[in-house]
Design a protein. Structure first.
Length: 155
């Protein structure tokens, strides 16, 4: 099993950042380079506790399907998405949102615990590549969330 954490300062209050982070449409637009899209379950709008979504995307030259569920959710503090079916042996992604700068900004933290799929990505070398790759995806997603949440129409 592997874990990584990413913390991002977003110049918008926690309720705005929380809502933007649970938007299927924002998620899809943040991963346009992978062709990622929601193909089953909740395919647009906001996700909520118990909602499932199946994502289809192309990574490492392979098309993957991953179904996740929002397994915990307390607006505007945190939510968790977990893989129900998909390529990982385990995927648990906790999102937390803490007020910063007197509530005008948000410290958004992603903690990802995952177990790599079977070889070749399940090997030690594959795991190191996968961890770097996944971290980069989260950083790209967070940069997109920063831009969307800070837009004047989100306030």
């Amino acid at each position: 099993m592997s874990r990584f954490e990413v913390t991002t300062l977003v110049l918008a209050p926690p309720p705005v950042v929380f809502d933007v982070s649970l938007s299927v449409d924002v998620h899809t637009s943040s991963f346009g380079h992978t062709g990622e899209r929601a193909v089953a379950g909740v395919t647009s709008g906001m996700l909520a506790l118990g909602d499932r979504v199946t994502w289809r995307a192309r990574h490492f030259g392979v098309t993957w399907h991953l179904t996740s569920v929002i397994s915990a959710c307390e607006r505007p503090s945190f939510f968790v998405d977990e893989q129900v079916t998909g390529p990982f042996r385990r995927w648990h992604h906790a999102h937390t949102f803490e007020p910063a700068h007197d509530g005008a900004a948000t410290l958004m933290t992603d903690v990802v615990d995952f177990a790599a799929p079977v070889p070749p990505l399940g090997t030690l070398a594959g795991l190191l590549v996968l961890k770097r790759y996944l971290r980069r995806l989260i950083l790209l997603r967070n940069a997109h969330i920063q831009a969307v949440a800070a837009a004047p129409d989100q306030r």
